[in-house]
Every structure is written in C-alpha cells, then in structure tokens.
Design a protein around this ligand. Structure first.
Ligand SMILES: Cc1cc2nc3c(=O)[nH]c(=O)nc-3n(C[C@H](O)[C@H](O)[C@H](O)COP(=O)(O)O)c2cc1C
Length: 397
C-alpha cells in the first residue's frame, strides 16, 4: 500500500528566532520520514543555528543569501517544493511576507511559491500580541496562507505567555496535514475511542488487555490529516496527542460518560477502544493481601456496552464504525455485532493472525458495511496506512 507521507518535497525556511534551535530535530524527523528537504536560512537564522548542522542532517547544503544569484534559486526552489514551511517565522519575516517584501532568498521564494505555505510564528509574548503582528497574521490567513498560531507556555526569554513554537513532531504533523492528498473531511467532526480500559480490583491492581490504542489513534490522525476536527477518548496508553483533542479516561464507566458527553458533537464515531467487558463486583479500597489466602476468587459484573449505547443513541446522519476483535469465526461474529449494535460499518479483526491485532504496527482488517450494496474490503499493512484507506472507503464507496 503506497504511503502518501513518503518521498514528499518539503521546503523549509528558517528565520532569526530563538526557536530555531529546535529545527535540526525537525530536519532529522523529515529525513527519517523518508521525505526530502531543502533548507533556506535568512542571514539572521545563522546566528541561532549553524548551517553546517542543518546541512549534515539534510544530507545537502543549505540555501543562504550567499547563493542568491544568477541561478535564480528562489524560483527553482519554490517550484520544487510541495509545501513551504517557515519555522520559526520571525515577526520581521512575517511582516515582510504580509507586505510582499522580497529582499532575501527566503522571502523571494515565499513570494514565488504556488504550493501551500505554512508559517510558524514564534517570538516573545508581548511581540506576539502586538497589533502589528496580529494584523499581519490575519492578513496572511485571509490570503490562504496557513498560519499555525504560537502556543502558550514558557518562553526562551524567561517570560511565559503566547509565542512558543510547537515541537518538531507537531510541526511535522501540520506539514503532513498540508500535504495530505485529500482534505475531504473538512468541516466533519470525528469522535474516536482508543486503547484499553483499566478495571481496578484494589488501588494497585487492575484487569485489562494489551490494546495499545494504535489503530484508534491511526483512524483519528488520518481523519485529522484529511481536515476533520477530531476528539479522542483514550484509555491509559501513550498517545501522540497533537491536534487530537484527547480526553483521558481509565475505566469503562468513565469511557461511557466521556462518549455520552461528546456523542452529539460527532458526525463520525469510531469505536476502536478495547473496553473491558467486566469489572470486579466489590472493589477493595485497601490493597488485597496474599497472606492467609491460597486462592482468590473475584466476582465480576458486566460493564456497560458502550458500542450498543452509541448505537441506541445514534442520530440521523451520524456514521458509526465499530471494531470486532475476534479469535475465531471473525467475519461471522463481526456481522452479528454490526447488526446488534446498530453500526454502519464494522472492521473485523482476527487478533490471532500474524502481524495483526494488539500492540503491533500492522493489521489486517475486513471492512463490512451495514449497507450490503457497498463492497466489503480487506486492508493489510501499517495501521496508519490502512486507516487512511478505510476513510477513503467509508467516505466514497
Ligand atoms: C537573541 C535574540 C533573540 C531573538 N528572538 C526572536 C524571536 O524568537 N522571534 C522573533 O520574531 N524575533 C527574534 N529576534 C529578532 C530577530 O532576530 C530580528 O528581527 C531579525 O532581524 C530577524 O531576521 P529574519 O526575519 O530575516 O530572520 C531575536 C533577536 C535576538 C538578538
């Protein structure tokens, strides 16, 4: 399956801001993601990060005003790039771009660009809130330039406030969002549940399963790349949360409450969490001791069935997508679940098949639509790749 994120051509402009110290890590992430990068630096950027470092990481010389000559690099480079990222974007360069000033290689290349331009303004919070900077941001947004607004937090100058550049991994997510071949989920709202639940027996022990949340997060991330607004209700697993509006829960009961609170908001609901079917009937508020007990019997009671509840509350036009993790008769069990839980689609997952299921990066899933005029399809590959393909089917078949 072709990965749309590899072999992309990323033009990266760097200006004179303190946050430039993070950009070598970004270049490393880009090359690791198997994309190509051309780096253009302003004269001032060279005071903050060495061209040699960036060149070594990019595997090629970086572009500076020294090379702004008869070979017309600003036109060639801007024609080459599929996206033009400026990070950090200084107040000075932001103003130049807003006013069409092209007095160096970077700003000339921005002016010549026909690909999406993505700016990451980063500066001291008082500079950032200055009306001149804010008006420049508004002007650029109005013209269709993508401006990722600075974050709030501790600033390198010692102040705290709005002006922080996002982390390199977050810049890369935004870059791929701009590069995504389709933005057919703009204006759509997607709610995803992901990961396991922990059903506590006592304060230090719980019943759970090996779900990593990777498939759910892949569905969420793909929808976000395609332009959707996304919320993820995640059990206790690590989630690369940028842009995904993550709500943290622990138990099935908490997950149900979070789903209920967000259900009315969503156009699409993806139920990828591996929710515990049972919890202990009597939770022990003190740690259970082994002394004096050769065996321990726990009485379990059923947890609420979140997918069935979502199916019951489904509103007109809402699309519900469930997962059926099975170990035998996978497709038959999945079809039964599709009908019983009022789903529009079920993804049948044989978790015993090799390279499939919990805690691995790959999966094999059969997409079964409730509408039997639509085709069933089997997807195999990296979870992030198949998530992208699944959305294509759900939206267009
Ligand atoms: C130590 C130091 C840190 C600076 N940090 C920032 C910054 O974070 N953001 C910013 O917009 N300008 C910052 N500046 C000001 C810019 O470096 C200055 O406006 C420069 O002319 C920008 O040039 P350029 O836009 O061509 O890269 C800083 C200046 C100094 C001396």
């Amino acid at each position: 399956m072709q990965n749309w994120k590899s072999s992309r051509r990323i033009l990266l402009g760097i200006t004179g801001g303190i946050a430039a110290y993070k950009i070598p890590s970004l270049v490393r992430l880009i090359t690791r993601a198997k994309s190509e990068v051309e780096v253009i630096m302003t004269r001032s950027a060279g005071n903050f990060v060495a061209p040699m470092t960036l060149g070594a990481l990019a595997g090629k010389s970086v572009w500076t005003d020294e090379g702004f000559d008869h070979t017309i690099p600003h036109v060639r480079l801007s024609g080459w790039g599929e996206v033009f990222v400026v990070a950090p974007c200084s107040a000075n360069t932001l103003a130049k771009i807003a006013h069409g000033i092209a007095d160096n290689l970077l700003t000339s290349a921005v002016l010549a660009a026909s690909c999406p331009v993505l700016l990451f303004p980063a500066m001291n919070d008082r500079m950032y809130s200055n009306p001149a900077v804010q008006e420049n941001i508004e002007t650029l947004k109005r013209r269709g330039i993508l401006v990722v607004e600075a974050e709030s937090g501790a600033l390198a100058c010692g102040d705290s406030g709005r002006g922080r550049m996002p982390e390199p991994s977050e810049i890369l997510h935004e870059t791929f969002r701009a590069l995504c071949p389709v933005h057919d989920m703009r204006g759509k709202r997607v709610l995803v549940t992901a990961g396991p639940t922990h059903e506590y027996i006592d304060p230090v022990r719980y019943i759970s399963n090996p779900s990593s949340g990777k498939m759910g997060v892949a569905m969420a991330r793909s929808a976000w790349y395609r332009g959707a607004e996304v919320r993820v209700i995640a059990g206790p697993v690590e989630v690369d949360a940028y842009g995904l509006g993550v709500v943290r829960v622990v138990s099935a009961q908490e997950m149900l409450e979070a789903v209920r609170a967000n259900l009315g908001w969503a156009d699409y609901v993806v139920k990828a969490a591996a929710v515990g079917d049972y919890r202990v009937k009597d939770y022990s508020p003190q740690k259970l001791k082994r002394e004096g007990r050769d065996t321990l019997t726990l009485e379990l009671v059923q947890n609420p069935d979140i997918a069935a509840e979502v199916g019951r509350l489904k509103r007109e036009g809402q699309v519900l997508i469930g997962f059926a993790a099975e170990t035998q008769d996978t497709a038959a069990h999945a079809r039964e679940k599709l009908a019983r839980k009022n789903l529009d689609y079920v993804l049948a997952n044989d978790v015993l098949a090799s390279g499939s299921g919990f805690a691995v990066d790959t999966n094999t899933l059969r997409l079964i639509p409730a509408d039997n005029r639509k085709p069933e399809r089997v997807f195999t590959g990296l979870k992030e790749d198949i998530a992208f393909e699944i959305w294509g089917d759900v939206l267009h078949s």
